[in-house]
Design a protein around this ligand. Structure first.
Ligand SMILES: [Zn+2]
Length: 210
């Protein structure tokens, strides 16, 4: 009897096909990656299954060092996040840090739902809810929920970037590598498009970080 195909066995099968193809097409790259990685870009994004960094930037393996969590939150009190940042900046010596928020983010939406359940989810999402509460004036000109959620995703990406900028890890890294550049982007899910946010925009300058 044939083994039934499940979402997981399907992944294993597709991995076999993909590995075979890449080994045939780019043997030099595969050989190089077997030894080391030299990514120049650190991508901090949401875990959302629709926002896969390598796919949507058409990157090859080893090009982008990726960290993803719900709603791309950088919390300086989270040892996992900060260790990751330290490794990327001090060991891999990446030149660019990109924080990417996205439209239709469940984490952003959940943060505005006071009924949001979850032992861990609730306090986690409260950091975004507080960002909204302290910056309500930045939403006054928006008349749809969609627009408000998009703006909160943008502000949240900028806030994560500021947290990195103010971290002791970044302060140490910038002394060793003064060329490090920080970026905040928004990914529009319906159009599959990335757009850089202008950190000099007055809305971001005026951001009340909590
Ligand atoms: Zn998300």
């Amino acid at each position: 009897m044939e083994t039934p195909v499940t979402p997981v066995t399907s992944l294993l099968e597709r991995n076999k096909v993909w590995a075979k193809t890449l080994l045939a097409k780019e043997p030099a790259l595969v050989q190089e990656l077997a030894v080391t990685q030299k990514p120049k870009v650190l991508w901090i994004g949401c875990s959302d299954s629709r926002v896969c960094p390598e796919l949507l930037t058409n990157s090859h393996l080893g090009e982008v060092f990726v960290y993803r969590n719900i709603a791309n939150v950088v919390n300086s009190q989270d040892i996992g996040t900060m260790a990751y940042l330290e490794y990327a900046l001090m060991n891999l010596k990446v030149d660019h840090v990109v924080v990417v928020g996205h439209t239709g983010c469940g984490g952003i939406k959940g943060s505005l739902n006071v009924e949001s359940p979850g032992e861990y989810l609730k306090p986690y999402l409260e950091t975004i809810a507080n960002l909204y509460a302290h910056n309500e004036s930045h939403f006054a000109d928006l008349d749809s929920e969609e627009a408000r959620l998009r703006r909160l995703a943008e502000l949240n990406a900028v806030r994560s970037l500021r947290t990195i900028q103010e971290s002791s890890v970044y302060q140490r890294a910038i002394k060793v590598n003064p060329g490090i550049q920080l970026h905040a982007w928004i990914y529009d899910v319906p159009s599959l498009t990335l757009t850089p946010l202008d950190a000099k925009d007055e809305i971001y300058q005026a951001l009340n970080i909590v």
